[in-house]
Design a protein. Sequence first.
Lengths: 281, 193
Amino acid sequence: MTNSTMELRAALRLLADEAPAVEALDHTAWSGQPGGQRPRRRLQMAAIAATVAVVAALVAGTQLIHHNHHATAPASSGRAVLEVRPLVAPGVLVLPAGARPSNLLQSLPFPIPRTAADYSRLDSARQRLLRTALTMTDCTHPTASTAVTRVACGPTLGGHQTAYLLGPSLFGHAGIKSATEVAPSPKIGETQWTVALQLRAPAAAAFGRFTTAHHTSDFVAHGATQCGVGSAPCGDYLGFVVNGSVVSIPLTMAPINGGTIQISGNFDKQSATTLAQQLNP
Amino acid sequence: MIVMTSGPGRTSATASASFETFIATAGNALLRVATVITADPAAAQDVVQAALERAFRHWGRIAGLDYPEAYVRRMVVNEALSLRRRAKRIVLTDEVPEPAPGPDPSGRIGEIEELGLAVRRLPPKQRTAIALRYFCDLADAQIAEHMGCREGTVRGYVLRGLRTLRVDLDVGAAAPASRDAATRPTSPQQERS
């Protein structure tokens, strides 16, 4: 509980950082005689307009999420495109849809970090700027994948879409030898279906190199529910992106050289089977 | 610092100069508090604007107080809570349905972000009490004064708010560690430590 109070203070400070600047206030309102009466009507109208805008944005946001939720599920036919990319920065909650600048990430006044180590070298103001840009990701129009970094949206959390900045791909579709759906083992507390991948040698080697360099061995000490300060480093997380959407961001806990990995991601029997079929070469 | 005395002798020029000085020193803090209380930067701007306009009309009296900032902050809190009532009465005929907070399916959103989201979802009075206690570091008695209620009521708001925040977090935090299985080798490789 004492720990949460500290986190609560941090969360409140983060919320306060969204405050408008003093310059945004209408200073002409107090340039005249103190004690004078000013009509309040204009302000009330502004407040109503703002509320309407917020409600509209919320409604639009809800639709967006439902829309994208379906898009996240693997299509019933055709091929699935898989990318496995390291996490660069902590995930963010995407703001509700509305008018927003496009390509905000590209217009940042510094190069986009490619790895979690790059990200951690940015000063806190730049990190915040980057994450703010990420919150404006347009999840209805995912950016095309590039060789270097990409932003991908993930499942919704509390009604908000999530967005992640991911680094260069470790391997893609060509790296998969076979894919199989795997039933959960209730004995060890598993409740969800997963998809197991057998990797070809080059992909297995790339995956082994990465997980040897980046893994968190002390799962309990890190808590492993977030990356960043006081927890597992972002670089130890991998993003599994299927058809442009993040299906899971697992934490790497040990070097994995066997060439066999499992993808989890809220799958049931149906969706795990479909994804396995789509991933099979 | 210029201390204004309330009286007929003041001139409007010095009064608005002193008021501008006040805004330069306290404006940011007021906007930040308002943003936490309303959980909406645009609403915060309206709230602070309205409170400052009202403060300006009574500036002669407020400037003479020991802590003008505390007094104006109280006006901001009042304005924020009444703005919500007004806006709700006029515009929100029914609540926008929002999905219940579920577990973080991918498991990797920062805990602080998750907590911030939970704070935004609190009822206004609970969020206000929590903001004044954990953001402004005010004592319950002062919070009660700001919100125009009893100390016991303040404690009720804070406790209910904290309980909600913790429940929200438990839901979000428990799932990923146990269920969202981390990348792991499957048999025969069992390299997990």
